[in-house]
Design a protein. Structure first.
Lengths: 532, 323
């Protein structure tokens, strides 16, 4: 026992002392933190985008202006909602219904829908100021003031060398240098103190005869190869916010006219479009009084995915250590000295424990840095994440994770230890490792599917395969899997761990003194069946 | 013979299609320095591994420090394997401490012992270095120290001299002598006869897994006829007939010789009861004028070549190169 702890301590110390260990400890929180920072950074870093409107029909300038304004207001709204989430007093996800129609959500809904009136409502109600006033009772004391985002799309004034009345080909030809950045456009509302200049992002060109091409149900589509209607020119093909907003806005303008033309009260239509019936999601297996599906329930349902992923990352890291340490001892022939001092079983057990502890240290370090991060960097994202964490830590998923983490570790480390003992170089080991990694990728790839359909027959059947059991059963944990599955797979799992450790021990004992090529299958079989 | 620390009774080891060790029996007296000699692939390492129960013999029995299994007395044994290697990232003292602790030495005592040993054998200033920063020879010395730090009763060193420079070879010989002086029994294997000759009281010579010789160095030498080399211009027929000489073989003259062309060199074999003085006197009486008279005890090298024969040639050549 003393020898085992001695070996375990050395294995642990040796791993924890390596640079690689600390890199892997640091990389996880850095990536998560980096992603959050990066997102915020990217949002702020988008430069002001200048668009140029040439409306030869003279009828849509207002609609385009509305579109741009609406796009901006939507961003203000979104930013406002996340400001609310971040600073509201008490956010209890247990009682917040998953489909709660908060006023803010509804507002976003309305703005998303093709509804100019929603924006009108928002502005008529005093817009931002009114919303802030309404929200203030629900906010924490001493919140920082809300800072609305800067407008992203800014109208540019028509450059002097452009004739707005010429045809589209000429206009585009003349504007090309502005698109490529060779020439710069000036913001339409720029004053002398700040000369807002930049590359031209988009041109919206509305031909004089555009109204001839309004298409109605039953109309023939325009002939292929002809460009009719509004032209949106931009070298950026992926940012669809501006063209979508403009297209929606102009269409809603046209529809408004159609209502008038057909003698329909447009405001009535708008109100009809905004009627709703409450829709509630309930869970029949929940306790009475808690049937309503809350956001917390939803989190719990999806949380196993995070555990499965954590398990995979941590297990892969551990077995990597196990493998490289065993191979180091083997290739340096340290193993012989060790075996003259301790038994192969003690050595194996010591390694399993030492490296297992190193793995736990990694997880602990990850969790610690995660909590520190949540503690000291507060934003709407971290606020949400820490609420998620609260739900997860309060759920009964933790014991499942601990159980499947340890059984998974024993199972896979047994296999990898045997592989390590058969190989003299990491290169040889990698060839044998590949199939084992592939095996683990299968449940990982199924992760998202299993969460949605945890009692699928195929999933249930696959859970009985011991190498999948820790992953799949963890994956299904939140869905209260049938007792027969839980007990049955656990028995199979524990039996296979016993068998595997026994077999690995045998291979280990014989493999560690091997030199030369890894054995063929037949030889492996002989190792397993040979008796001392 | 005094108390025996290790006994092998008809021990054999067969790998799938290869007889590595074939029926070896021996007994090693306590406090002796015992050599395992033999050409490469003779079965030395396999025998050692069986003694340590790293592998099990196919047949035969072993008694080590009074026990049937080395595992029961492993704390009283020190072992240096043939292929040397240490944890590269550990510091020199920590390696010695670790291996001593694996042998049951207390943490603090093991650390102290590690520093003492490093100091004593010339590595004091390298104690804090990581193994990967040491030269190969230094690393090997550290490993030797690690294998004996727990002051085992029985020390088994497999090819301890290979890879060491002459200075460090002497340091290692000193270490082995020191241990023997303290009553520790040392077994070491080598294919370099000079070390064996300088160190061993007893040795085992094996080839192709079979024991060829087992006994004291003196006994081994006695098994070889003793040789006298003479150089003369005269005929030596009369000497041959004197009855003192077992055999006379003419040898090629060494190229450096400045002697006259008629001078010839002979190797005479005499039996163990004949004194070289008698031969010299006989030559005198027979009027054989000697240009050179050289009497040397046979070396262990001679014994080795004699006993191993042709199959040992490769080793002999290698040994020349190393020495």
């Amino acid at each position: 026992m003393k020898m085992i702890s001695l070996i375990a301590k050395r294995e642990y110390a040796e791993n924890v002392k390596t640079k690689g260990f600390w890199i892997s400890v640091a990389i996880f929180p850095i990536i998560i933190g980096g992603m959050i920072f990066l997102q915020a950074l990217l949002q702020e870093a988008t430069p002001t985008r200048y668009y140029l409107l040439i409306d030869q029909s003279g009828r849509y300038e207002a609609a385009v202006g509305t579109a741009i304004d609406r796009e901006h207001q939507r961003r203000v709204l979104q930013s406002f909602v996340s400001y609310l989430l971040e600073h509201r007093k008490e956010g209890d996800l247990e009682t917040t219904a998953a489909n709660a129609n908060t006023a803010a959500d509804q507002l976003i809904d309305d703005v998303d829908a093709d509804e100019v009136s929603a924006l009108n409502d928002w502005i008529d109600n005093g817009g931002l100021d009114y919303a802030l006033l309404m929200a203030s009772p629900y906010l924490e004391a001493d919140v920082p003031p809300f800072e609305p985002p800067e407008p992203q799309f800014v109208a540019a004034s028509v450059p002097d060398d452009i004739d707005v009345n010429s045809n589209s080909e000429d206009i585009i030809r003349a504007l090309r240098p502005y698109f490529t950045g060779a020439n710069q456009v000036t913001g339409a509302e720029a004053n002398d103190s700040e000369t807002a200049q930049g590359e031209l992002f988009a041109l919206i060109y509305i031909p004089e005869d555009v109204e001839q091409f309004i298409s109605r149900p039953g109309d023939m589509p325009p002939a292929a190869g002809t460009t009719v209607g509004i032209q949106y020119w931009s070298s950026n093909l992926t940012d669809s916010r501006l063209p979508d907003a403009i297209s929606n806005s102009i269409n809603s303008e046209i529809r408004a006219r159609e209502y008038v033309f057909s003698g329909i009260d447009a405001s009535q239509v708008r109100n009809i479009q905004r009627t709703r019936l409450p829709f509630n999601r309930l869970d029949p297996t929940a306790e009475q009084g808690e049937e309503a599906v809350s956001i917390a329930d939803t989190i719990r349902q999806y949380a196993p995915m995070a555990f499965v992923y954590l398990m995979f990352v941590s297990l892969m890291q551990n077995v990597q250590y196990l493998l490289s340490n065993t191979i180091e001892e083997k290739s340096n022939r340290i193993i012989e000295v060790l075996l003259a001092s301790v038994t192969a079983d003690e050595l194996m057990l010591g390694k399993l424990i030492g490296i297992g502890l190193a793995g736990l240290t990694t997880i602990a370090a990850w969790l610690l840095s995660f909590f520190l991060f949540l503690e000291f960097y507060s934003s709407s994202e971290t606020e949400t994440i820490s609420q998620f964490m609260e739900v997860i830590l309060g759920s009964d998923l933790i014991p499942w994770f601990v159980f499947y983490y340890f059984t998974g570790y024993l199972l896979y480390s047994g296999v990898f230890l045997a592989i390590g003992s058969l190989c003299n170089t990491l290169k040889e080991a990698q060839a044998l490792m590949m199939p084992m990694i592939m095996v683990q990728v299968v449940p990982l790839a199924m992760m998202a599917y299993v969460v949605v359909d945890p009692h699928n027959t195929v999933v249930r059947a696959m859970s009985w395969f011991p190498l999948f059991t820790p992953y799949l059963m963890m994956n299904r944990a939140a869905a209260n899997p049938p007792m027969v599955d839980v007990v049955g797979t656990t028995i199979v799992l524990i039996l296979s761990i016993g068998l595997l450790i026994w077999g690995s021990g045998k291979i280990f004992r014989q493999g560690i003194l091997r030199t030369g090529q890894p054995p063929r299958l037949m030889e492996l079989w002989r190792m397993l069946t040979m008796r001392h | 013979m005094s108390e025996s620390v290790l006994q092998l009774n008809n021990v054999s080891k067969r790998f799938a299609d290869f007889q590595a060790v074939d029926g070896i029996s021996l007994s090693i007296p306590k406090g002796s320095i015992y050599g395992f000699l033999g050409p490469n692939g003779a079965g030395k390492t396999t025998t050692i591994r069986m003694i340590l129960e790293i592998i099990k013999p196919s047949s035969g029995s072993i008694s080590i420090l009074g026990q049937p299994s080395a595992l029961q007395v492993r704390d009283r044994i020190g072992y240096l394997p043939e292929e040397k290697g240490l944890y590269k990232k550990m510091k020199a003292w920590a390696v010695i401490q670790y291996f001593a602790m694996l042998k049951g030495v207390e943490k603090k005592a093991a650390k102290q012992r590690a520093y003492e040993l490093l100091e004593q054998y010339g590595l004091g200033e390298f104690a804090e270095r990581k193994v990967e920063e040491l030269s190969k020879g230094m690393g090997q010395k550290v490993q030797v120290l690690a294998s004996v730090a727990h002051e085992p009763e029985l020390v088994i060193l497999d090819e301890p001299f290979s890879g060491l420079d002459p200075v460090n070879q002497v340091v290692l010989e000193d270490l082995i002598h020191d241990m023997a002086a303290r009553g520790q029994t040392v077994i070491f294997s080598t294919h370099i006869m000079q070390h064996a000759e300088r160190l061993c009281d007893h040795f085992l010579l094996i080839n192709h897994g079979k024991k060829i010789f087992d006994g004291t160095v003196r006994e081994a030498k006695a098994s070889l006829p003793r040789r006298i080399i003479i150089e003369t211009e005269d005929a030596i027929d009369a000497l041959n007939k004197s009855g003192l000489i077992l055999d006379a073989v003419e040898q090629e003259m060494p190229p450096s010789a400045t002697n006259s062309a008629t001078s010839r060199q002979w190797q005479l074999e005499i039996d163990e009861n004949t004194d070289a003085q008698q031969i010299l006197q006989q030559c005198f009486e027979l009027g054989i004028k000697l240009r050179r008279f050289e009497f040397t005890e046979p070396t262990l090298h001679d014994v080795f070549v004699h006993l191993v024969g042709d199959s040992g040639t490769e080793t002999a050549v290698r040994q020349e190169a190393v020495a």
